[in-house]
Design a protein around this ligand. Sequence first.
Ligand code: ACM
Length: 679
Amino acid sequence: MKYIVFILLSVCLANAQIKKEQLDLMPWPQSINVMDGTFALSKKFKVNITGNPHSRIFIGATNFIRRLDNRTGLFLEQNFVTKVNEVPDAELQINCTTGGKIEINQDESYELVVTTNKITINAANDLGALHGLQTLLQLLQNNSTSYYFPNSKVIDAPRFTWRGLMIDAARHFQPIDVIKRNLDAMASMKMNVFHWHLADDQGWRIEVKKLPKLTDLGSNGSFYSQEQIKDVVKYASDRGIQVIPEIDIPGHASAILAAYPEIGSKVDNEKGSYVVQTNSGIYNSALDPTNPETYSILAMIFDEVCPLFPSNYFHIGGDENNGKEWAANPKIQEFMRKNKLADKHDLQTYFNMKLIPMLQKHNKKLMGWEEIMTENMSKDAIIHAWRGTNEGLKPGESLIQAAKKGYNSVLSNGFYIDLMLSIETHYLNDPLSKNAALSPQEKSRILGGEAAMWSELVTPLTIDSRIWPRTAAIAERLWSNESIKDMNSLRKRLKTISFRLEELGITHIRNKEVILRNIANNQNTSAVHDFSNICEPLKNYKRNGGGKKYRMHSPLTLFADACNSDASDAFDFKVAVTNYLENKNKENQVILTSFFRKWIMMNSDLMDLSINAPLVQPFLPLSKSLNDLSEKLLLVFDKNKTLDKDEFKVLLEQAAVRSDADVELAVLNDVKRLIESKL
Ligand code: ACM
């Protein structure tokens, strides 16, 4: 009998009409309709391609089959897709009219129709078709025994043409497998620009055969060979992603200058002091724009580096050059007087303008961080807006200025994922908000945005957890309609999306356990896990105050590295407090107080753990503060003890003390909210 009920339930579940709100799609498509009925997946399921696509669609279709197969364990019969019209009667038909180019402003639209017997993806080109396959993978549902796609129709296209992720491989080198798995994750979120930050004060990361000293002296042995670069560019292209290299000049140049000090701006007898930096921070080192040899060396670099990247863009950095070395060098000052260059901005513009024809020779447009947007800068340059409230500007102000001045521009302000801010901060950061006072032409200059993953505080072990899942929310901001901004919907969908990223090799979930196991010294990790789910790493670069605490070789296997923004249990606690404050019934009180009981137990477990785990010690005081607050709150809730305002004030202050563990209690504001409401 039980068995029959079970079968009936399974059949009902399989056939139940799914509402579109139940689907965990990301980025959310422009239009989706779900119809009655389902397409049942079986091992006979096959894919066929028609039209005139670029061959990347064969790789994309094969990868699609492998993912479907790995996820479902179905042992699908089809192994590789290698050409058009291989299986004319296949259940999934993909039709691409033409081949897509790895450039911006391509038609990336697609239409996906699922019916009971057939699935169709129609796209102008393979780029759109690849997006359609990603959506189809996200549509997959299951009941207790089988997998199926709901009958549905999706019509989709991106809102912005530039949907990027920057990875800084200079501060902490990121090996090829890190880059590739992140390219896969980007493709799954329909992102199409990978900006590769390849040179900075802390390292030069790309082989230049005619200038071997760059990697011999500037990389500490960690760099990409040209063959590896080509491999990554091809891998990205197969996934519809353009790779844009960045060589940051004239500032951020310590690594180049450690190799070729002769083109530095220090006075001659000090040029020998350039070194590859091992601290974070902003340095004075800058190329000498008045020295012809600077341009000879840059030309040699561009001549080798540009052909490796088919992209039409080349990012020259251009940020944070403080001009101190230029000001201190009499020869440079004399040059500026002679050439009527009034200040460091004029001199930097002079330098940037010299780069434009050098890059044009390779069919590349110059892109740079917003500091390049000076009075006389060419309007052909792409402006990468990054500064905001931390630099005394309004959010997105420089993006708007750039568009008004006639520059195509890309937004990263508000998308700095290394600041460890909440997902909400990034999700609601719209490059082109409804009330932006821009003409249609000015609006069209806003190309999109890029998540920026600076790597001062990440290693290959942790970088995925800083990029994902927040970058999925940024991807949705850049792809979906601007009206899609419901946080509850985002959070719900992200649970599945984040888990599915593991399918692509992203390590954000599993590596947390690796770090915590080391911290717990191979003892039970449940208490450190629980604590990590209510702690967040310090935000806004407070963790590494002044760049002095952590160096490029410092361990990033500490408790803060296992914690993340958007601490999961802290969010659940916020909901519990809100519910309780809205309705002080017994049920809500039980839920609320269960958190306090859990934290008291957790503190006791952490103390036990610490006896044989020195790495637990730095965060014990924080756990003890929360324990003390929890004990007092239980007295108030369970024993009706009157809440003593002064006593709680002291406890709250104690819990807010900056910990040696470089994390903060993410539940503290809601504890405060609760206490204030009780007063
Ligand atoms: C930057 O963050 N200095 C571009």
